[in-house]
Design a protein. Structure first.
Length: 163
């Protein structure tokens, strides 16, 4: 497997966009996808109304699992968007993100309960998604793809550069 390119801290990027046609399985990477307002990623089983329309996980989190011996890749944790260069799990609820040139998300949840029969937890004894995965609502739609920038537009009560 090739190592992803590293970007400067102010150049956070999407490294993978992933979807699945049913819940409870690893997602497969796609070359691009469309985020739909108040829905999520077009064609993804987890898309729909509510607070958890789209999920994000940092590649740095996946690399922690690799260091623990897990053979995992983007999409294996059922995340829709895998990022590099931004600690998504540290973003406060209500943070507004721009993905690529158009799409905008608002962070609605950090972490989740690991479902029964989680393959990663069964294999490795741990799963990073409950601690470091985040969920968001789509407030502005648009196409996204690997290589797109990830930009913090605003954080609740402050300047995104002070976080």
């Amino acid at each position: 497997m090739t190592k992803p390119a590293r970007y400067p801290a102010n150049q956070a990027r999407v490294v993978a966009v992933s979807v699945s046609d049913k819940k409870g399985v690893a997602k497969h990477n796609v070359p691009e996808a469309r985020l739909l307002v108040e829905h999520g990623l077009e064609g993804d089983a987890h898309a729909g109304g509510g607070r958890r329309q789209v999920s994000l996980l940092a590649l740095e989190s996946i690399e922690k699992m690799r260091a623990a011996g897990a053979e995992v890749k983007p999409g294996d944790f059922a995340e829709n968007i895998t990022t590099l260069g931004i600690p998504v799990h540290a973003l406060p609820l209500g943070t507004r993100l721009r993905i690529g040139p158009e799409a905008e998300l608002v962070v609605t949840q950090i972490g989740k309960a690991c479902h029964r029969g989680c393959t990663i937890r069964d294999l490795v004894g741990d799963c990073i998604m409950p601690r470091e995965g985040i969920f968001a609502r789509v407030v502005k739609g648009g196409r996204i793809k690997p290589g797109d920038t990830v930009e913090v537009l605003s954080v609740p009560g402050g300047d995104p550069d002070s976080q």
